[in-house]
Design a binder for this molecule. Structure first.
Ligand SMILES: [Zn+2]
Ligand SMILES: [Zn+2]
Length: 277
């Protein structure tokens, strides 16, 4: 597993690679714009060039952008959906400008309670957003969620259904957030549960669809459907399952980022590194 962390962009996008080095990250996740903003001015030539240069200098480490939390591509509200599609197109464009290959997203919320319709809207919205963005060479990475409220993506079947409906399977992949799937009810914290969870995932979605991990422990109980990240080994999952995960040969080449608070990344990465055989 390639271990890294979500990295803050407060000092400017190009500074994330220095921060990654300080944290001991070999891959990173960033927000390319403030996560609570619908829209921002396009990136300047200068920002784009400094970022690309800094990334090259850092050895082209894997970078994942997390999309804005405002975006809901499954919304039954036409206005909100339209706004989300525009915002997602902007996220795609920013990735393309920065030369970032992967954009992580949450499949959205079916706020009217109709999950099947919500999944269909999300799949349709992907196509609209890609067309709006000029079909950039960016891969959408669909994140498994905790299923809080009416959020979609808390069953492996939701991920499968989305992947089945997109026009180009190579443009899409999946991210497992270890806190989210636990909160969603997949108990990967015991040896039997671990084996079962990933064999279920393989059967339903396919391990070959898995592109990234988010590594987080969970403050909330199994199947609570509540999304609260805990530091590694300090939540309901505990330390041992993370040892199995970072040493699992099936995931050897995959990038995995922590999403614990920014000031605790280095310590949490040290914990993960100490688990590697
Ligand atoms: Zn997320
Ligand atoms: Zn996550």
């Amino acid at each position: 597993m390639i271990l890294g962390a979500h990295t803050g962009v407060e000092g400017g996008l190009h500074t994330v690679f220095d921060q990654a080095q300080r944290d001991g990250s070999s891959c990173i996740q960033i927000f390319s714009k403030p996560s609570q903003r619908w829209s921002v001015p396009p990136l300047s030539k200068q920002e784009i060039e400094s970022f690309r240069q800094a990334r090259r200098k850092a050895g082209d480490l894997p970078v994942l952008v997390h999309d804005s939390y405002l975006i809901n591509l499954a919304s039954p509200d036409p206005e909100r959906l339209e706004r989300s599609i525009e915002a997602y197109a902007q996220e795609l464009k920013r990735c393309a400008d920065l030369g970032i290959e992967d954009l992580n997203m949450h499949p959205g919320a079916a706020t009217d309670g109709d999950e099947a319709a919500g999944l269909q809207r999300c799949a349709d919205a992907f196509l609209e957003a890609y067309l709006l963005a000029g079909d950039p060479p960016v891969r959408t990475v669909i994140e498994a969620t905790a299923g809080q409220g009416t959020n979609l993506g808390y069953r492996f079947e939701h991920l499968r259904d989305l992947l089945a409906r997109v026009w180009d399977p190579d443009r899409f992949a999946v991210c497992i957030d270890t806190c989210h799937i636990f909160a969603a009810g997949y108990d990967w914290s015991t040896p039997e549960g671990y084996a079962q969870t990933f064999s279920d995932f393989d059967e339903i979605v396919g391990l070959d669809q898995l592109a990234w991990f988010h590594l987080n422990d969970s403050k909330k109980a199994l199947a609570s459907r509540v999304d609260r990240h805990a530091e590694i080994g300090r939540g309901e999952i505990g330390l041992e399952p993370f040892r199995w995960l970072v040493n699992d040969e099936r995931f050897a080449g995959l990038p995995a980022v922590l999403e614990t608070p920014n000031n605790r990344m280095r310590e949490n990465l040290e914990v993960l590194h100490s688990l590697v055989d």
